[in-house]
Each structure stands twice: as structure tokens, then as C-alpha cells.
Design a binder for this molecule. Structure first.
Ligand SMILES: C[S@@+](CC[C@H](N)C(=O)[O-])C[C@H]1O[C@@H](n2cnc3c(N)ncnc32)[C@H](O)[C@@H]1O
Length: 215
């Protein structure tokens, strides 16, 4: 995956089609956010080549493209993606998609083998990712509340279906209950980190909470 180069002329300014957008497009990735997951994974070794990964809010599919590239060599892991919107990327046999609202999915049905209905797949995931974002209203407190509801639901899912030692990465909006959310993550994970990857737009309130090694 080759790195985007931002020019000094545009650094710091909001640009819809910035260096990350162009780099993603050139390399056939569905979204620029792939570089954020790559950076977080390189920092924390979230995704091992034989991992089973649950990707919440996976559309259009760039994070699944990254996961696919990480597990391709082992042919042992796999991923299940969930989103209300359809995927735009196409995948081989290791990536499975559930077209649903996560608030309407029965969590107990979200083990790899329930989702894939294939004997021999594990009961627990090694990694839960959530890049879910609500439709924004422009009202800061409302958007923060909606985003936090998604984060809390992702954490509830991770608590139930991650194996002990598993990892979690979730997008949050700064402010709006983030401190309490990080505290709750500390109850569940041995180590909790906060990362704002380089690809995050300057004006964005987005950051990522990373829970390592589920207790
Ligand atoms: C920023 S996009 C994710 C981009 C994705 N990580 C990628 O790399 O292609 C956020 C996604 O969250 C999804 N989403 C928001 N609320 C959701 C919900 N309740 N259930 C399922 N997906 C949801 C949206 O449909 C949207 O596709």
C-alpha cells in the first residue's frame, strides 16, 4: 500500500479530494479510510494473518479490503462485515457480508460460524472493528450522541463475541461522553489507546479508541 503525499500548498486546508483520496483511488481502494486502519494496525498489530475479524459499518468496503490483504496469505482467517448499505468492493471466499442495521441484528447470531453457517469456523472473533458513522444533522451534540450510541453498541458486541485476548478498534467523536466510553473500554480491555491517524481531516472530530487484549 503506497503512502499518500500531501503537498505543503494544501496541508491543513479541507479538501474533499485530498492526497489520501487520490492514493486510495489510484490503488483501487473503496475509501481513503483504509490508510487510517493500516496506520492503527501497524502501530498496534491488531490483525494477525489468521484472524477472524468483525467489521461493523463496513460499506463501501475499504477496511474489508485491508483485512482481506492481511489474511490472504494464511487462508485461515476471515471476516464478516455488517452494514445497512451495500458493499461496493467484491471479495473472495474469506469475506462475508451481512446487509443489516446493527441495532437489529441478534448479537448471538454474529459468531463467525452463525454468520457463515459453515462447520469448523470459530465461535469467537479475534478482532472487532467499527468505523460506523451516523448520518450527520449538523447539530454537534445530536451527532455526538448518535455516534456514541453506535460506539456503545459496538462495544457491547465486542464484549460478547471477542475471544479473551482479542482486539477492538472503534471510531468516536471527541467530546460527548468519550471519557466515560474510554473508562468502560478499560474495564473490558487490558490496554486502551487513543489514536488520531494522519489521514484524519484537520477539522474532523473523529478519533479512534483501540482496546487491546480483551480481559
Ligand atoms: C465511514 S463509513 C465506513 C467506511 C468503511 N470503514 C470503509 O472503509 O469502507 C460508515 C458506515 O457506517 C454505516 N452505519 C451507520 N450506522 C449503522 C448501523 N446502525 N448499522 C450498520 N451500519 C451502520 C453506514 O451505513 C456507513 O456505511
Amino acid at each position: 500500500m503506497s503512502k499518500p503525499q500531501s503537498s505543503s500548498k494544501t496541508k491543513g486546508r479541507y479538501e474533499r479530494h485530498d492526497a489520501y483520496y487520490h492514493a486510495a483511488k489510484k490503488q483501487g481502494f473503496m475509501a481513503r479510510s483504509i490508510f487510517k486502519l493500516e496506520e492503527i494496525d501497524k502501530d498496534f498489530s491488531l490483525i494477525k494473518p489468521d484472524a477472524w475479524v468483525l467489521d461493523l459499518g463496513c460499506s463501501p468496503g475499504s477496511w474489508l479490503q485491508y483485512v482481506d490483504s492481511r489474511i490472504a496469505s494464511s487462508k485461515q482467517g476471515g471476516a464478516v462485515g455488517v452494514d445497512m448499505l451495500p458493499l461496493k468492493a467484491t471479495f473472495g471466499p474469506y469475506i462475508h457480508f451481512i446487509n443489516a442495521d446493527i441495532f437489529e441484528v441478534d448479537i448471538s447470531a454474529l459468531t463467525p460460524n452463525a454468520a457463515i453457517q459453515m462447520p469448523g469456523t470459530p465461535l469467537f472473533f479475534d478482532v472487532v472493528l467499527s468505523d460506523m458513522a451516523p448520518n450527520t444533522s449538523g447539530i454537534k451534540s445530536l451527532d455526538q450522541d448518535r455516534s456514541m450510541a453506535l460506539c456503545e453498541h459496538a462495544l457491547a458486541i465486542a464484549e460478547q463475541i471477542l475471544r479473551p485476548g482479542g482486539n477492538f478498534c472503534v471510531k468516536v467523536l471527541e467530546g460527548g461522553g468519550m471519557q466515560a466510553f474510554v473508562k468502560e473500554c478499560r474495564r473490558i480491555f487490558t490496554d486502551v489507546k487513543i489514536r488520531r491517524p494522519k489521514g484524519t481531516r484537520v477539522a474532523s472530530m473523529e478519533t479512534y479508541v483501540v482496546g487491546l487484549k480483551k480481559k
